[in-house]
Ligand binder design. Structure first.
Ligand code: KG4
Ligand code: ZN
Length: 388
């Protein structure tokens, strides 16, 4: 099989990204234009602004990805783009541009599920390191700003299939990081800031109760995800819930009268154009740092505990942890430590490929390219796109 160079395009949320990947196993170029500065004043992603920024960035970002890969529009073998899940208006920018390119250049067009992309970020980098010996079954935790999903992944002839065995009932883990950071006046996005501040607090200082989740007869809810009937295959499920802990942090703030100091911190940090760790530390007292460390510890323990219980229940041979929250230092260390104790190999993407990027989209497109699983020109964005 000759090499295939796939141009990937990703615009599902607040990053406009393009990348060229060779045959699903070598990253040739990877450009990510972040919109953080645009959304920062609002403390979260504003969908209309995201679409507008994607429109501005998409052409130069794709051009740069091609130039850095020493490729041209004509030389790539296929165009891959995120179909969903994500913000509909944001997805449409990438999809429309990918369609226009594929049509004008007469190239195959491949539609990719963003969550499958996160899983293939791990595969891409393992193959790049020369690791082609993956042991199945694989359990993948996709943990990001929009998702906390557990998938059993299987390779079938030329493609992959996925069974969802757990997802969040309410907030995603990354969303909890972002909301708690906003609540504490730390700015957006919250995950990276909390990650850096947590080692400066005592993780045992504040006790958070673990989320209680009722599993209705442990029934398989794939039907429910589709908006249809529940099926009853009695496969164990491992769902998550993170809105309770966010409310617990809010209660703690109220009970300990922290609102005034939070407002002062928010104002002080807003006056600094790019706050450094020392700036954050200078505006956080011990109680706040302890709260941050305890919050992060609770989320990490819940993610690791549930995932490893699921890994045991399904007797998996390999664990993938991917998505923006997989960049978290404490999460990585805990998974590595606890996974090693159980003899379970745990793979993460490098930090740049943990958060949203287009290399993962180009990598996930490769098996579809081999299978000639091409998208019709009339496919549309799927804001809620289940992975199967
Ligand atoms: O995968 P991603 O870039 O976008 C989505 O698909 O959602 O994930 C973004 C999320 C945000 O919630 C962000 O706060 C979180 O990932 N995040 C982190 C870290 N870096 C990003 N959470 C915890 N620790 C980090 N180091
Ligand atoms: Zn993502």
């Amino acid at each position: 099989m000759p090499d295939a160079y796939i141009l990937g395009i990703e615009s599902s949320c607040d990053e406009t990204a393009a990348a060229v990947v060779r045959s699903g196993e070598q990253l040739i170029s990877n450009i990510v234009a972040s919109q953080i500065a645009t959304h920062q004043p609002y403390g979260g992603v504003v969908p209309e602004l995201a679409s507008r920024e994607h429109l501005r960035a998409i052409v130069p970002v794709v051009r740069q990805a091609l130039a850095e890969a020493n490729q041209t529009y004509d030389s790539v073998d296929a165009i891959a783009v995120t179909q969903g899940p994500g913000l509909a208006g944001a997805l449409l920018v990438g999809i429309s541009y990918a369609k226009a390119l594929a049509y004008a250049l007469d190239k195959p067009l491949i539609a990719v599920n963003h969550l499958e992309g996160h899983i293939h970020a791990v595969l891409l980098e393992e193959r790049q390191k020369g690791n082609h010996e993956l042991r199945f079954p694989v359990l993948a935790l996709v943990v990001s700003g929009g998702h906390t999903h557990l998938y059993l992944a299987t390779q079938k002839s030329q493609g992959w299939t996925y069974e969802n065995i757990g997802h969040t009932r309410d907030d995603a883990a990354g969303e909890a990081f972002d909301k708690v950071a906003k609540l504490l006046g730390l700015g957006y996005p919250g995950g990276p800031i909390i990650d850096r501040l947590a080692p400066h607090g005592d993780p045992a200082a504040v006790k958070f109760l673990p989320a209680q989740i009722k599993h209705r007869d442990r029934r398989d809810r794939r039907g429910e995800e589709k908006g249809g009937e529940e099926t009853t295959s009695a496969r164990p499920r491992f769902d998550f819930s993170y809105s309770g802990i966010k409310t617990a942090v809010l209660r703690y703030v109220e009970v300990h009268g922290m609102h005034q100091s939070i407002a002062a911190r928010r104002e002080a940090l807003a006056r600094i154009s790019k706050p450094k760790l020392e700036d954050y530390l200078a505006h956080c007292d011990k109680r706040t740092l302890d709260l941050i460390a305890s919050f992060q510890r609770a989320i990490v323990e819940d993610l690791v505990g549930k995932t490893l219980t699921a890994a045991r229940a399904y007797d998996v041979a390999t664990l993938f942890v991917t998505g923006g929250v997989a960049a978290n230092n404490e999460l990585r260390k805990t998974f590595e430590h606890d996974g090693a104790q159980e003899g379970l190999p745990v793979y993460f993407p490098s930090r740049p490929l943990s958060t949203d990027n287009a290399a993962m989209i180009a990598a996930a497109a490769y098996p579809k390219f081999l299978a000639k699983d091409f998208a019709a020109m009339d496919f549309s964005a799927e804001a809620n796109f289940p992975l199967r």
